[in-house]
Design a protein around this ligand. Sequence first.
Ligand SMILES: Cc1cc2nc3c(=O)[nH]c(=O)nc-3n(C[C@H](O)[C@H](O)[C@H](O)COP(=O)(O)OP(=O)(O)OC[C@H]3O[C@@H](n4cnc5c(N)ncnc54)[C@H](O)[C@@H]3O)c2cc1C
Length: 586
Amino acid sequence: MPSHLADPDNNLSFTRGIFLGELRDELLHPFPAPDDETRESLGAILDSFRAFAKEKIDSAKQDHDGKFPDDVRAGMAELGLMGLSIPEEYGGFGANAIVANRVFGEIGATDPALAVYFGAHQSIGCKGIVLFGTEDQKQRWLTQCATGERIAAFCLTEGGSGSDAQAMRASAVPSADESHYVLNGQKIWISNAGYAGVYTVFAKVPVVIGGKAKERVTAFIVDAHAPGVSLGKIEEKMGIKASDTRSVSFDNVTVPTEDRLGEVGQGFKIALEVLNSGRLGLAAASTRGAQAILEVALAYAKEREQFGRPIGSFEMIQRKFASLAVDVYASDAAWMVTAGMMDRGGIDFSLETAACKVFASELVNRAANEALQIAGGIGYSKEFPYEQAVRDARINLIFEGTNEIQRALIALSGLQQPGEELKAIGAAFRHPLDSIGAIGSFLKNRVRKQLRKPDFDNVHPSLAAEAAMLEENVHDLALAVERSLFRHGKDIIERQFDQERMANAAIDIFVASATLVRASWAIDRAGSVEKAHEDFDHAKLFVPAAARRARRAVRALDRNQDSRLKGIAERALASGVLTVRVPTDG
Ligand SMILES: Cc1cc2nc3c(=O)[nH]c(=O)nc-3n(C[C@H](O)[C@H](O)[C@H](O)COP(=O)(O)OP(=O)(O)OC[C@H]3O[C@@H](n4cnc5c(N)ncnc54)[C@H](O)[C@@H]3O)c2cc1C
């Protein structure tokens, strides 16, 4: 089984390469189309889930009741879905990332709240044990998670530490005989809290380093029924209402040392690796959720007539369907290519999962809003699924790391290597006589970077013009990144206007690259462009649009009105008044 670890310190990354002016498109290949055997078993899982969903899942009623009927949860377990990506030796199905996320997508298309239940268990709740657990931990916990006997949940967020997870206050103090830890603290917004039998909990362990007292974030597997564990009331949420969300308090809970997950101090790394898998699941579920609500709107647009013809015949409505269809195609390509990286192993996919999460979560929000718009007045009615889709989609911009944090992560991680190179060369220029070699190769590289665009290999010749657009984007981004680093130095950390632009460009370049890989694969498989004309059309529309957005973002790194923008925001924050008052305000 592949390691499913991104391991940013040791593995090559496509998106990090973009920031260096490199198009490492070999990392995106081959497009991870499942082989016949995998397709057959995936088809069987999807069919059995669809049959079950048809009979048992009433998303609107679950939304209204704010919970899943018992037979829905029991049915998910009976189908084996709660063990889908748990290895076979612990009673699970052992699905690879492609299969697991495709199923996740189907659940997301059926009921987003159920996808959260499934994801909080599978993608984040017990994922830490799959990735980092000892054999003994896997035997004891995963076997029960696989059958659904124990539902898992992931406890990271606290009242004072949301995006800034390092600021957590929960503590786990080792006993004198080192047999156990005493866990204290409160986690909030915990999905599946009410159903959970086991939690992955992050807490700080006191340590002494170099004679100084410090604290290190560490992960623990905690029995939800242990004395001292208690739950808050169910949160009344805007959407995904059937998913159970509560606070979980730990009051002097004894956690045996054998249930510490990984080493002391490894907690943050574990959380990040687990969230990589969570973000990909969220992307697959969001993409398929977008498709599902648009297909409801498609049926309506065919049937609803105004001005004596179906509203679907009006081009303003057609434009919505077509542009969102193209984005769904691209988003599917992106999560699939990333799942392929996960399954191959040895590739750092942490920035790609972040890119997939941002792209797909924003897509499902756009899609739900446009579907509602296409439905007109009935879109606003609770009798129809559109308003629920809008409410359910909204959470995806927030959890598993907000989209702002994902953008900062992409930009700052991408800047790491160019920043280090420039720092090293800055030091070399201070001692030029000792560093002639280093300076010489830096200048040579710079000239090469200025002159040579990277190559997007392995793209179908019919899409060569689109590949060239991305080559240009990557070339321009890397040079703009370098100028930005020269201009701001380490202050770039504070320059979020620029980080956002770099991240937006990187996301579009990655998603467009994945789209080219998908469409090229489809054309090759079909044997000609004509036989794969739908794939061709989707790529032809998506890539230039993404390249245009990326070009605009890169250009704005050099030409912008950031100081004016900042001035307006800071004046508003200082005064509490958003904008200039008009005379009629009195
Ligand atoms: C329904 C639901 C289910 C959840 N399930 C779980 C779960 O199962 N387990 C779990 O551990 N957590 C869970 N969460 C918590 C979720 O992950 C956090 O809400 C999220 O990470 C944001 O943290 P916060 O709410 O404290 O917002 P904050 O961190 O306070 O952020 C508020 C705003 O400020 C922005 N912001 C913060 N820092 C920066 C920065 N450096 N730069 C730019 N902008 C910034 C954010 O993007 C956001 O827009 C869930 C939340 C919800 C609502």
